[in-house]
Design a protein around this ligand. Sequence first.
Ligand code: M6R
Length: 602
Amino acid sequence: MCGIVGYIGKQKTVDILLDGLKELEYRGYDSAGIALLNCEKISVYKALGKLSNLEEKIQHSNLCASYDLGIGHTRWATHGKPTELNAHPHLGEYSYVVHNGIIENYKELKEELLSHGHKFVSQTDTEVIVHLFEYYQNQFNDCTQAFQSTIKRLEGAYSILLISKACPHSIYFFKHGSPLIVARGNNENEVLFASSDAPLIGLCSEVVYLEDGFGGVASKEGIVFFNEALVSWSSLPTSKQFAQKEGFRFFMEKEIYEQSNVVSDTMLGRIFDNSIAFDELNASLMEGIREIKICACGTSYHAGLTASYLFERLAKVKCSVEIASEFRYKEPLLSNDTLFIVISQSGETADTLEALKMAKKNGLKSIVVCNVDNSSMTRVADYAILTRAGIEKGVASTKAFSTQVVVLWMLALYFAKYKKSIDTQTLQNEIHALREVPSALLVTNSVHERTKRLSKRYLHGHGFFFIGRDVFFPLALEGALKLKEISYLHAEGYPAGEMKHGPIALADPELFTIALMPQNLLYDKIKSNVEELSARDSTICAISPLSFELADDFIPTNLKNHYMLEFFEMLVVLQLFSMEISVRLGNDVDMPRNLAKSVTVE
Ligand code: M6R
């Protein structure tokens, strides 16, 4: 959700900023902008839409040969429409700011500043920051004092970079609730900033992942933190492992194909013949635990729902799952015999992070299942299990989901063994099945071609129902979410047995039912549910290893001996199906409209 970068140094500032923004563009692409400072002169470039528009604009401008420093931003709109005026950096009279997050009290602050004669041009919450800074700067004539006074007045979640002609050699920075990293560059007197580590890899080796309430001022003389004693530096990989498309049409496609390999990394060193091991966990973790509560958003929530079946079935622990944004405000009753598990690809999703903090405050033990090391959630949770999926760039999450489900399945077995709720033979069978997940996730030519060909029949109609039972219900939810977010077609995931309690009234040939019909789990039950829909003329696309004569279309999967292997094979089919529909509709697969990769505002 918005990406910010900053640079002080001798390299070509504009290139460093644009390269950095390229790495962050998947976080928001409503507009982009940079501000460059050279000898008290600030040059600003902004463009609506993708970063390429900004690059084009800059190419056609008279850029100075060098700049001492600069800040940049790629936006996912929260307050104010995506327009050039609302694009960052935002200007006061003589200062500029980029901001990621939301200033909740911006209306009050704006009123106050208007009464002091400040003029606003955008509809954003961000603009108050720069005006507030200048208000204090005009009073104190001291940038540090002005910046600190500004920060004291802001409510909400934010990370900020600010530059000003009043202190032309410095970048002021602060983090509260949204991520921000400060780095010492590989070259002398070089400082870099970014809202995630991708833009920094290869340019520096030492970074500070700022904690909430941390900030300071950087110049070519170095970095001064407001709370120096509490800052800790850590290292960053030096090799550039930037995700590239590697010949695939889209990051999403590459990430679907990658799943088979990355789940092997997820399992590496964690599965043995008769046991599951997590070095990150402590064996005593489950002592006194009677219940598990899972909290997450979007695709990660679907992974959580899937896990709830596995935790109860295998580990025999009561498990409930909550959508993080609902959980936060329902005044939940929490007791410390509950283990709190949050799931997040980014580790930065605001609602999930706040839910985790709430659970911790109430004394619950917590685990995060996360893809991004050093993200906020990995730092807050008691235990962090990394999914090891590698950088996921497609806004539509794919490999994050499969690796989350693998981790959670392993975790269910880990708890099952600890609680002795599973016999040795069953445990061995489950572990054997886990080892087969990489092959279940392999994308074959025939499946990809089939989804490509079928996709052209599913472009119109009044909606999609993805239906399944048991763990195939969360999988149905995930299939529907994938389709919605990249094709913009209406789709719902539904428990197959629930259709007759209302939704079946919608059935007609223009209602597309995507039926998940595994052989190893409740096949006869789901078959009856699909027959009911077929009898009411819904167009049926069945995904199953068993042929089904009533299906209008059929995507055959391989016979497998474990329902979870069928789960993963069907997952790939659903991901490819939604991607191919999106391609046919001419949509931007990797950057669907209105979305952002990581939702760091509530
Ligand atoms: O980073 P997180 O896993 O916490 O993100 C949660 C959701 O925002 C995310 O899964 C979203 O639903 C994806 N766009 C789904 O493809």
